[in-house]
Design a protein around this ligand. Structure first.
Ligand SMILES: [Fe+2]
Length: 291
């Protein structure tokens, strides 16, 4: 039997926007994406497609989505998009109209799947407008169950924005899918030839073995969460960016994290007393809700 391999890219947390009008955009993401494209010029073999796992834009507005589309279109290869929390700060409208040229969506979850270059890519929409953390609905689980029956011979890559919750920690629910949804997802994906899960959200290059499936989180083009600041102490964003070069072989998935040059300056700091105060507020609110 001859062996096959497919090369593709993992982009995430692109945060396309306008730094002049958006005080929550901490780096020139458009310039950073152009830098990625420069880095890709010599890549051999050429990637067959891109999976972009959410926070495609910083505010979800129409103009940023149009800018995203033009930045991605000239790669000249299919781009499979997942939505992230920043894409739905108000609604999914900006993405649907700016990227897909659709206004008939009725706010529907953007779940979709496609056989591309021999790989069955299944994309889930883990967002809920105006929420930072991720979730999946019963209807989405039903859809996923169906989608996984398609293209039975093809290896599968599943993509969505929020990583699964690897432990049950309600305090950190903002950084992942809900715990109960993660448990259910693991049950559905078991034994379905899923070679890897691609996700983003935490602006980090990270690999987690989750019920035997590699979960690949990418860094993105906005900035990196300081990897040595304990997660329980807040977040600090540093000035470096990157993307993943993926090779899917018969033997499994390989991902090389390609980091662009960056000076690691602090772009944003939400740690220390500020973070402790926010957590205390959250605990009071949760305790009140539980009464
Ligand atoms: Fe992000």
């Amino acid at each position: 039997m001859t062996s096959t391999s497919t090369t593709f890219l993992h982009f995430t947390d692109l945060h396309v926007g306008n730094q002049e009008t958006d005080s929550h955009l901490y780096s020139d993401t458009t310039a950073n994406i152009l830098q990625f494209k420069d880095m890709l010029r010599g890549l051999d073999p050429k990637p067959a497609f891109v999976v972009a796992t959410g926070d495609l834009t910083n505010q979800g507005d129409l103009e940023s989505n149009r800018k995203l589309k033009s930045l991605m279109d000239d790669l000249g290869i299919p781009v499979l998009y997942a939505l992230g929390n920043h894409d739905v700060t108000k609604s999914r409208d900006g993405f649907y109209e700016g990227v897909l040229d659709r206004t008939d969506h009725g706010g529907a979850y953007y779940d979709h799947d496609q056989l591309v270059a021999g790989v069955h890519v299944v994309v889930l929409d883990s967002t809920e407008p105006a929420k930072v953390g991720g979730s999946l609905t019963e209807a989405q689980f039903d859809w996923l169950n169906q989608a996984l029956t398609r293209h039975p011979q093809a290896p599968k890559i599943v993509a969505f924005h929020h990583p699964p919750a690897f432990e049950n920690n309600p305090k950190m629910e903002w950084e992942s899918l809900r715990w109960q949804d993660s448990v259910k997802l693991a049950e559905i994906l078991r034994g379905r030839n899923v070679q890897g899960i691609l996700c983003g959200h935490l602006h980090s290059d990270r690999v987690t073995s989750w019920h035997g499936i590699p979960v690949i989180m990418g860094l993105g083009s906005h900035g990196a969460l300081d990897p040595v600041l304990p997660r329980s102490e807040g977040i600090r964003m540093l000035s470096y960016t990157g993307f993943g070069i993926c090779i899917l072989r018969d033997s499994g998935l390989e991902v090389t994290f390609a980091q662009a040059p960056g000076n690691r300056d602090v772009l944003m700091d939400y740690s220390g007393e500020k973070f402790k105060a926010a957590m205390a507020k959250w605990e009071t609110k949760s305790a009140e809700a539980a009464e």
